[in-house]
Design a protein around this ligand. Structure first.
Ligand code: C2E
Ligand code: MG
Ligand code: MG
Length: 506
């Protein structure tokens, strides 16, 4: 028992030590486990954060990507703040990749990202490059959507005007920037589309899509920055319907041309007609070109329309000519149609109507020539070589430098209506018009004034030596039969082809 007692008493401390030890060990283990668990949790959270970050970061530039942008826009919209989105696409980036290689292309994208970040006052590169979209609802962010496409989320306060200023500033910074890759100095230009909530969209998807439509419009027209405009968005519900109607309207014969006479300086002789497009819409009535052309210009339909207008105008002119009325025919050509394919369309129309190239005038706007630069010039040169005359329409309306006139193969300058309307009341307009007439003549061009609405304006233009006049004062654009009746009623001198009397044709 003693021993038992002894042995019974002795084990107690022996057992107490391991128990305490066990407790300590247990505590240590638990603490270690807890620490390990916390570390593992932290690591897993870090990995999750990294995964989250990586999924939202563009690996090349360190900017946020499309997902980051979409989430940031959604968060800002949910917070009730207006969102201003700018979408940039570089012009001619493919050529950099093709000629200098993809590594050079990547390097250029990194430099462009840095330029955009500098322009918006955000840090460049690293994982927080371009700002972390969504963190601060008032801050801006630069993101890369893929390829050479970047999106900028405008910082607060967001107004359409502020967004436009930012877009222009970023584009200007790109065009003036010092970009050098693979030892080659590069000239970087881009096209930007902007969209602002709520006017241009109320969801991230809508704003992105609309900024994209605007960017595409900027690219096509080489306009730099374009704000989204639902009225000319071919994907917009109502317009989609109108575009479909445009297509069927063409085959159903709903389009027609009105003809406005161009007369001599003294108003006594008929020199030609300008064909102006109209759409007799079955529901909406007679539509002016401004109501449907901008939308047609954003699709290939414009080429079909250009062809139809050329063919119809020359057919009409041929009918008048066959009946003894010798006039020239002026046809307007959209900026987007001023491309090499136009030559084929013109050639076909001339051949089918047996119209002389010298009696066809193609009116192209000043902005069309400048926007496309060499492409438009090449087409104009080819038309000129074919004997077709080219007129610069709306001269003075664009923000152009006179340098663009240098070496341009045109034969006519048409002074924009805005300078003619108040000519007799505005000394400034008088100075401008007189200078343009002088300039045109010194360059050997025929000068035409459009929008002549009063006898006083016609008289002043005649005194300034303007060659040809056109406007409501003489006649509005008229259907063919009325145009002919007008010529007869006015008793104008008309160069005759010696064929049948003009009275018998319409
Ligand atoms: P535009 O070529 O500068 O044509 C002159 C515009 O001014 C025409 O408007 C004409 O009706 C209007 N106008 C003529 N005289 C007067 C006047 O004394 N006072 C005022 N206030 N306006 C006058 P319209 O027919 O609505 O055409 C607008 C523009 O649409 C044209 O400007 C032209 O750029 C374009 N356009 C017209 N037809 C065609 C076409 O067949 N193809 C293309 N691509 N564009 C066309
Ligand atoms: Mg015109
Ligand atoms: Mg005009």
């Amino acid at each position: 028992m003693h021993s038992a007692a002894t042995t019974g008493a002795a084990p107690a401390p022996v057992a107490a030590v391991p128990a305490a030890l066990l407790l300590v060990v247990l505590v240590v283990v638990v603490l270690a486990l807890a620490a390990f668990g916390a570390a593992a949790l932290r690591a897993s959270r870090r990995r999750a954060r990294e995964r989250h970050g990586a999924a939202r970061t563009d690996a090349l530039t360190g900017l946020g990507n499309r997902l980051a942008l979409a989430e940031a826009v959604t968060a800002r919209l949910a917070a009730g703040g207006p969102v201003g989105l700018l979408l940039l696409d570089l012009d001619g980036f493919k050529e950099v990749n093709d000629t200098l290689g993809h590594a050079a292309g990547d390097e250029l994208l990194v430099q462009v990202a840095a330029s955009l970040c500098a322009g918006t006052g955000l840090p460049a590169g690293g994982t927080s490059g371009g700002g972390t979209p969504g963190d601060d609802p008032a801050a801006g962010a630069v993101t890369r959507l893929g390829g050479d496409e970047f999106a900028v989320l405008a910082a607060a306060p967001v107004t359409a005007a502020a967004v436009e200023v930012l877009a222009k500033r970023l584009l200007a910074a790109l065009s003036m920037g010092d970009f050098s890759v693979a030892g080659v100095q590069l000239d970087v230009q881009g096209s930007m589309g902007t969209a602002c909530s709520p006017a241009d969209g109320t969801t991230a998807g809508e704003l992105l899509q609309h900024a994209d439509v605007a960017m595409y419009a900027a690219k096509r027209g080489q306009l730099g920055v374009v704000r989204y405009d639902a009225a000319v968005d071919p994907h917009h519900g109502g317009n989609l319907q109108l575009l479909g109607q445009l297509r069927t309207g063409l085959s159903d014969g709903e389009f027609l041309l009105h003809y406005q006479p161009k007369v001599s300086r003294d108003g006594g002789a008929l020199l030609g007609f300008e064909a102006l497009l109209r759409w007799q819409h079955p529901v909406r009535g007679l539509l002016a070109p401004g109501e449907f052309l901008p939308m047609a210009e954003r699709t290939n339909l414009i080429h079909t329309l250009t062809r139809w207008v050329l063919m119809t105008a020359l057919q009409q002119a041929s009918r008048w000519r066959a009946a003894g009325l010798a006039v020239s025919m002026s046809v307007n050509v959209s900026a987007v149609s001023l491309e090499p394919g136009l030559l084929g369309i013109v050639e076909e129309a001339l051949a089918l109507t047996r119209w002389s190239a010298a009696d066809l005038v193609l009116e192209v706007t000043e902005t069309a020539i400048i926007a496309d630069g060499p492409g438009a010039r090449t087409t104009i040169d080819a038309l000129r070589a074919r004997g077709v005359r080219v007129s610069i329409d709306d001269f003075g309306a664009g923000s152009t430098s006179l340098a663009h006139l240098r070496g341009l193969a045109v034969h006519e300058l048409k002074i924009d209506r805005q300078f003619i309307t108040d000519l007799t009341d505005s000394p400034d307009d008088d100075v401008i018009v007189s200078a343009v007439i002088e300039l045109g003549h010194r360059l050997g061009l025929v000068v035409v004034a459009e929008g002549v609405e009063t006898a006083a304006t016609a008289g002043r233009l005649a005194a300034l030596g303007c060659d040809e006049l056109q406007g409501y004062y003489f006649a509005r654009p008229l259907p063919p039969a009325e145009a002919l009746a007008w010529v007869r009623a006015e008793g104008l001198v008309v160069a005759s082809t010696g064929a049948v009397a003009p009275a018998v044709v319409d």
